[in-house]
Design a binder for this molecule. Structure first.
Ligand SMILES: NC(=O)c1ccc[n+]([C@@H]2O[C@H](COP(=O)([O-])OP(=O)(O)OC[C@H]3O[C@@H](n4cnc5c(N)ncnc54)[C@H](OP(=O)(O)O)[C@@H]3O)[C@@H](O)[C@H]2O)c1
Length: 392
């Protein structure tokens, strides 16, 4: 059933820039409904407002391969027209708001610019241009050539932030890496095979954030130590039909998992697993379940790993491993985001692993600074959400 057909902006006196901001905020809200489903595509929401300022259609991109947000919103308008809720002319000269520039190429679906032209849209307001080289200003140009007026840059920062994963993958050809760590107040990861140290709410958030990622990265060390499942649980699967089980990626430089065939990550009934082995390692049969990466002598080449994952369509990686991998990822400046969960505990035991180890940090000038995006508590666990400021 169509919703909000008669919704209009709160005040007819709003200036056009304020209307742009108002509707773009709604696009950002709608776009988030694609979390966990849209990848490797961006999160996009779309709103259509008729010439009288009334909201006539909304849409979002739910899943790669399915309708883009603009087409979803146009479809909603057409359905309402067929049911007689809207007049045949409501799309003529209407304004389309969308947080990302409409595409102008044929991928799994046709160009959105064509759909907007055919619908008789008068104006398109975008949050940002699309960094995809196949679009990148060409969507805007195609609309302008069709006499559609285009405004770009409304809530540009928020729109780019919402799609930080897509923007990062498109511009660097590497996935956006989030390092998740759960550590005590004295920076320890907790004794081997210990139960979750953090609160239930923190655990639920971790499962939610896993489900938004294309891949979960761990190591054979962590598998031997904890035998984790690294799947999305906590009642999330089934609640949202678009929730997928991310690809589990295990750094297994020397193919040690061969000696642990019954570990949870090798049970692929629930979720797929990719084993990353070093070049030169003898594996009885290499298939799609393996990725071979150069061995630097001290570990696997993590930059090559990230490039290889991106080539396989992985745009975001959630890291759940120990302090050694965390240190190496930070040294290679591959971490884009930190989620640090700290329960109110002190172990005071130097035999338990530290949350970061092995960083080649000689002095304070080589320390990594953090730009704090958010700090909050989930029951007894405090959470730091931050992006790194790497030393030059
Ligand atoms: N609290 C948490 O958030 C959390 C999450 C997961 C794990 N843990 C804990 O972390 C502990 C394991 O930590 P850990 O430091 O021993 O192991 P880790 O960081 O999980 O794994 C390190 C291992 O990964 C392999 N590796 C391959 N390439 C690498 C590279 N370029 N850089 C770094 N490592 C590379 C190496 O093993 P090879 O030489 O064999 O290749 C290395 O020893 C476990 O006790 C587990 O309980 C805690």
């Amino acid at each position: 059933m169509p919703v909000q057909w008669h919704a209009s902006i709160p005040s007819a006196e709003l200036a056009s820039e304020d209307c742009d901001v108002f509707w773009m905020r709604r696009c950002l809200q709608l776009a988030q409904r694609g979390l966990g489903g849209a990848s490797p595509n961006p999160l996009v929401g779309c709103v259509i407002v008729n010439k009288a300022g009334k909201l006539i259609g909304e849409g979002f991109h739910a899943k790669a391969g399915e309708a883009h947000a603009e087409v979803d919103a146009l479809r909603q308008v057409c359905e309402a027209q067929e049911l007689g809720y809207l007049g045949a002319d409501d799309l003529k000269g209407a304004t389309v708001y969308v947080n990302l520039e409409p595409c102008c190429h044929t991928g799994k679906t046709g160009p959105c610019t064509d759909a907007l032209k055919e619908a008789g849209i008068g104006t398109v307001v975008c949050g940002t241009l699309d960094p995809n080289p196949l679009v990148s200003g060409q969507g805007r140009d195609a609309l302008q050539r069709a006499q559609i007026s285009v405004r770009v840059g409304v809530l540009e920062e928020e729109c780019a932030e919402l799609n930080c994963v897509f923007f990062h993958a498109m511009t660097t050809r590497k996935p956006y890496v989030t390092l998740k760590l759960a550590a005590t107040l004295d920076g320890r990861l907790g004794p081997r095979q210990s139960a979750w140290m953090t609160s239930d709410m923190a655990r639920q958030e971790v499962h939610q954030l896993r489900s938004y990622s294309d891949a979960i990265l761990t190591t054979a060390n962590t598998v031997f130590s904890d035998n984790p499942r690294l799947t999305v649980r906590e009642g999330l699967v089934g609640k949202n039909p678009n929730v997928r089980q991310p690809l589990r990626v295990v750094l297994d430089r020397h193919n040690r998992l061969e000696a642990m065939p019954h570990c949870h990550v090798l049970d692929t009934a629930e979720a797929p697993t990719l084993r990353v082995v070093g070049s030169g390692v003898m594996v009885s049969h290499i298939d799609d379940a393996f990725l071979v990466v150069a061995d630097t002598g001290t570990g696997l080449d993590l930059t090559q790993l990230m490039t290889g994952l991106c080539e396989r369509g992985v745009t975001s990686v959630w890291v759940e491993a120990g302090g050694t991998l965390a240190g190496s990822l930070l040294d290679a400046q591959l971490v884009n985001r930190l989620k640090l969960y700290t329960p109110p505990l002190i172990l005071g035991d130097t035999s338990t692993p530290p949350m970061i180890s092995g960083r080649l940090c000689g002095n304070l000038s080589q320390a990594i600074g953090w730009n704090v995006l958010n700090r909050y508590t989930l029951e007894n666990t405090s959470v730091l959400d931050a992006t790194p400021i790497y030393p030059a």
